[in-house]
Design a protein around this ligand. Structure first.
Ligand SMILES: *Cc1c(COP(=O)(O)O)cnc(C)c1O
Length: 497
């Protein structure tokens, strides 16, 4: 049976998975959602013996029903290969009684690799299937990690170009260096004078510009998105929650059917939504704990039912979570308002206009699976130091926010359910913040690359290839622009001035 996708805001015709992936965002500005969440049709016991690639096929075939078995397996094989530094692809580390699902073993050492290593293949396959002859231009706003992972995924992929906008002063030095040294004739990186929300809104505006779309088409281009609004990002992210449960079962850590909680450091709400979809597919997940940093708009939302972005945007040491407009929340809103595109649109228009909306009591009643917690800068830093001292395990700043959220949740509720924490980045990606959390006095005077060596000394974890590479790589991109000039930058890169 074919699973179709429709826009959260529209009355437009539903489309196939491959069309939804090609398009990225629906034409009415909504996000594509599947008509239903399919149930896993392979028993957990069988999944427990499978490799990551095999699990990926079992999950993705249920969502991407218009891809043939051969196409999908081919995409999976090319994505999850030696680019990952471990055969497990997403290994679990048991530390202090909780399970860290390490999602940072890919090419750019953040969890975005999990989906962005496969998206280029899903997209070029989709283009072929649908007879698309235009060159596909990936337009991406990044809070730091998506940009590099998308660049790495799409670099020199025939038939594609990629343009990445990042907040010039809103990413870590290592994140910035990773992006501006990106190779590939089809890559273009631009820092904007603004924050992530400005970058994301600018990209959305370009997507929504019908005039530009026509011009592009005449020049032989069409846009798509590598942000987590693309369903081709979300589906591959469901895989590792299924896999994590299966591996806990295989390792004898849990009994078949035992409930497990999941804690996710959240920004755009993509990763945690994938965990929710895994639950809806039948994985025995209990609570989904949504962890925020000081930009705690989601924490407030789960507490009060009001989503309100009217607040200062705070730059934190977990920059990939510095977000006040969590795009993927729209998919959850659509679901809890009874799949009513009118209601969804009304709320999203309120968000775009007044910067806030409030959901009904009835809708709130459907959020029982979720709860929100947040960690301050100090709490997250203390968590890094405390865990390192007591166990030797060094986590990154984003993961630390989640570990704090888990700790607060457990203290509040006395819920002792086993917990998987999504570990979203290697500590090597946020070396300065991590090392200063461990010992500010000792490390604050050192350069970023000196800190890399110090991190190796304290953790004993090998320096990832991704870091070794940027030590010497030359800067290839030095474009900076105002938010208002983003469209011009796009034209420039495409030679359409
Ligand atoms: C992107 C990112 C997040 C947030 O994930 P969302 O899917 O946007 O909620 C958390 N941590 C890291 C390291 C990230 O790169």
């Amino acid at each position: 049976m074919e699973l179709l996708y429709r826009s959260t805001r529209g009355t437009g015709e539903p489309v196939t998975a491959s069309r939804a992936i090609l398009q990225g965002l629906a034409r009415d500005g909504g996000l594509f959602v599947p008509d239903e969440i399919p149930k896993l049709d392979c028993p957990m016991e069988k999944l427990s013996g499978m490799s990551y690639q095999e699990t990926a096929y079992e999950v993705m075939k249920l969502f991407l029903t218009d891809y043939t078995e051969e196409e999908l397996k081919d995409c999976i094989r090319r994505a999850y290969d030696e680019k990952f530094d471990t055969e497990a692809i997403a290994p679990l580390a048991k530390v202090d009684g909780v399970y860290y699902l390490e999602l940072f073993h890919g090419a750019t050492i953040a969890f975005k690799d999990m989906a962005l290593s496969i998206l280029p293949y899903l997209m070029t396959t989709a283009a072929k299937k649908n007879g698309v002859e235009n060159e596909i231009v990936i337009l991406t706003a990044t809070s730091g990690d998506t940009g590099k992972a998308a660049l790495a995924g799409f670099a020199d992929v025939p038939g594609t170009r990629i343009i990445v906008f990042y907040p010039k002063n809103g990413v870590s030095p290592i994140q910035e260096r990773q992006m501006v040294t990106q190779k590939g004739e089809n890559t273009f990186v631009v820092g904007i004078r603004g924050n992530f929300d400005d970058a994301q809104s600018g990209v959305k505006a370009i997507f929504g510009d019908r005039e530009l779309e026509k011009e592009l088409s005449q020049a032989g281009f069409q846009f798509s998105s590598a942000n987590s609004i693309n369903i081709g990002r979300l589906v591959p992210q469901i895989v590792y929650y299924v896999y994590a449960y299966a591996k806990l079962l295989e390792g004898g850590e849990i009994k078949d059917g035992e409930t497990v909680n999941v804690t996710v450091p959240t920004g755009n709400f993509g990763n945690i939504l994938a965990a929710y979809y895994a639950k809806l597919m039948g994985v025995p997940i209990g609570k989904l704990i949504c962890a925020s940093n000081d930009n705690k708009v989601l924490y407030d939302f789960f507490r009060t039912g009001a989503y309100d972005r009217n607040r200062p945007f705070i730059l934190t040491s977990s920059p990939s979570m510095d977000i006040l407009i969590s795009s993927n929340l729209e998919r959850l809103i659509y679901r809890i308002c009874g799949a009513d595109p009118k209601k969804d649109k009304e709320l999203m228009q309120a968000l775009a206009g007044e910067g806030r909306y409030e959901i009904t009591e009835e809708m709130r009643g459907q959020l029982q699976d979720f709860c929100g917690y947040y960690a301050s800068e100090q709490e997250a830093a203390d968590m890094i130091a405390k865990t390192w001292r007591s166990t030797g395990y060094v986590m990154d700043t984003h993961t630390a926010v989640a570990a704090c959220a888990h700790e607060k949740y457990a203290a509040d509720t006395e819920d002792g359910t086993k917990t998987v924490i999504a570990s979203t980045a290697s500590p090597y990606k946020f070396t300065r913040s991590v090392m200063e959390a461990i010992d500010r006095e000792r490390f604050s005077g050192m350069t970023d690359f000196e800190l890399v060596d110090e991190l190796y000394a304290v953790s004993g974890v090998d320096v990832p290839k991704a870091i070794e590479e940027i030590r010497i790589a030359p800067v290839r991109h030095n474009n900076v622009c105002e938010t208002a000039d983003m469209e011009n930058m796009v034209r420039r890169f495409l030679g359409m001035e």
